[in-house]
Write a protein that binds this ligand. Structure first.
Ligand SMILES: Cc1ncc(COP(=O)(O)O)c(C=O)c1O
Length: 469
């Protein structure tokens, strides 16, 4: 029997063939240059309308989630807002999806396509909710499932939230491959895809992002039916940017082109995601700047040749919040609204408090997701873990928060204030990355137009900026 060379170098050289066989998409059909490709055609050629996607999702308990007014929280915000200010805060309860988060939307079309094309199973690399979502969708389609996770630091200590997600994957019948933090994840993914011949349910394929479009679409219709207008702002927790991309596209497809799209991440500035020692110094495993900034400013750093998640294309604003602020707002959601929900959605909820106090009373700000909570996802578990890792936890002014050193839990809601990031800086950083990937002298008109659309600016703006790089 002929055996394949499984060395790192050999597997990497087979990367493109492995991708093509495991996904059925030839990215070369869309690629124009090292920095540009036909994004809209790639999305379109997934082959389903948004209504068809919604129908596929109802088969596996995805979508049609409730949208709630958070009346008591809104009242609290109005108490310290200027007269006439204090927009209504609403939340889309995505914990109601099978597996407990919006990630079920993201996994659902991959599972459908994998079953349709006769694959026997699905594989994804995810230390988060996505793994559980793929496992849950695979189970319902009668497919096998393997999830690769980065769980441990080099001492063998696992982040509590990631351990909980591993448990969930296994509960839904998946096999999990648990790795420590490091570069071997992509190699292991390719190897496993090649060895099994399973479908590549990467987070970043057009199937994944098109699945999230129904989230924005539902919000638009629910608000329209109830209030006869579009939402004024939608706040979206941002890590890899697929949540934002899919939701914004769904809102646009439903005609909400004036809705303000606000990204939000937990500020973990100063912590390094690939660092063994920093790995367990954070209390959030997603929705933080350690993913948010690098992915917004160079989306193609992923496990497929081109990423369908491109958040700067749709983003109007980017808010940052602190870990302590999110923990405080998580408690308020439970105590005031009777909803005990998990960390990622509450990141956006925290930003929504800041936004609502600046927006008019008759406006609506929608927090576009919740996720389930429990075990290692719960903030009590995270706070104990933080203390055990030498992090000081105390009450006070959230401005004193230092990622990896101190978690400051606000003393009152009025102290929740987040901060706005300069998104032109992010745009410039994206353009710098593009110049580093492909010499400016080789760029043609298509490249300029692609980049302008990819950062939501015009070609003249891009031209002005790149001359300064
Ligand atoms: C519940 C939840 N919300 C938000 C996010 C962020 O989504 P994205 O990585 O697409 O930005 C994640 C991703 O891990 C998640 O699991």
């Amino acid at each position: 029997m002929l055996t394949q060379d499984m060395s790192y170098a050999a597997v990497m050289t087979r990367k493109n063939e492995i991708m093509k066989a495991s996904l059925g998409i030839d990215f070369n059909d869309y690629i124009h240059s090292p920095i540009s490709f036909d994004f809209e055609r790639m999305m379109h050629e997934t082959g389903y309308t948004i209504e068809e996607i919604a129908k596929i999702q109802t088969e596996t308990k995805v979508g049609n989630t409730p949208l709630y007014e958070l009346r008591r929280l809104t009242e609290e915000v109005r108490k310290f807002s200027d007269p006439g200010k204090g927009a209504m805060i609403m939340v889309k309860d995505e914990a109601a999806n099978a597996s407990g988060s919006f990630k079920a939307r993201r996994a659902s079309i991959s599972a459908y396509v994998a079953a349709l094309k006769g694959y026997k199973g699905m594989i994804a690399a995810s230390s988060g909710n996505y793994g559980a979502a793929v496992a849950s969708q695979a189970a319902q389609r009668g497919l096998k499932c393997i999830i690769l996770q980065e769980v441990f630091d080099s001492r063998g200590v696992g982040q509590p939230e990631i351990i909980e997600k591993g448990r969930a994957c296994e509960a839904y019948g998946a096999e999990t491959l648990k790795l420590s933090v490091g570069p071997e994840l992509f190699y292991m993914l390719l190897r496993t895809l090649e060895e099994t011949g399973f479908f590549n349910a990467s987070l970043y394929t057009p199937f994944g992002i098109r699945g999230v479009e129904t989230l924005g679409w539902e919000i638009a219709h629910q608000i329209q039916d109830r209030y006869h207008k579009a939402p004024d702002a939608v706040v979206i927790t941002h890590a890899g940017g697929g949540n934002l991309t899919g939701t914004a596209r769904g809102l646009q497809a439903a005609g909400c082109d004036q809705t303000r799209i606000v990204a939000c991440s937990v500020d973990l500035g100063g912590l390094h995601m690939a660092s063994d020692t920093d790995f367990n110094k954070k209390s959030f495993t997603t929705g933080h700047t350690g993913f948010g900034i690098p992915f917004a400013t160079w989306p193609d750093r992923v496990d497929v040749p081109r990423n369908a998640a491109r958040s700067l294309r749709y983003m109007d604003e980017y808010q940052l919040v602190t870990q302590g602020e999110v923990f405080y707002v998580t408690e308020l959601l439970t105590k005031l609204e009777g909803l005990e929900r998990g960390p990622a959605g509450n990141i956006s909820l925290t930003a929504a408090v800041t936004l609502a106090r600046q927006m008019d009373r008759d406006q609506i700000v929608v927090v576009q997701e919740t996720e389930y909570t429990g075990a290692g996802k719960h903030h009590n578990s995270q706070l104990s873990f933080a203390r055990n890792n030498g992090i000081e936890v105390r009450r006070g002014d959230p401005k004193e928060n230092i990622p990896g050193k101190t978690i400051v839990i606000p003393e009152c809601l009025e102290q929740v204030w987040g901060k706005v990031q300069d998104i032109d800086k992010l745009r410039n950083s994206y353009l710098k990355n593009a110049v580093n990937h492909y010499p400016l002298t080789d760029w043609d008109g298509y490249d300029f137009e692609f980049l302008a659309a990819d950062i939501k600016k015009d070609v003249d703006w891009v031209k002005r900026q790149v001359t300064r790089i």
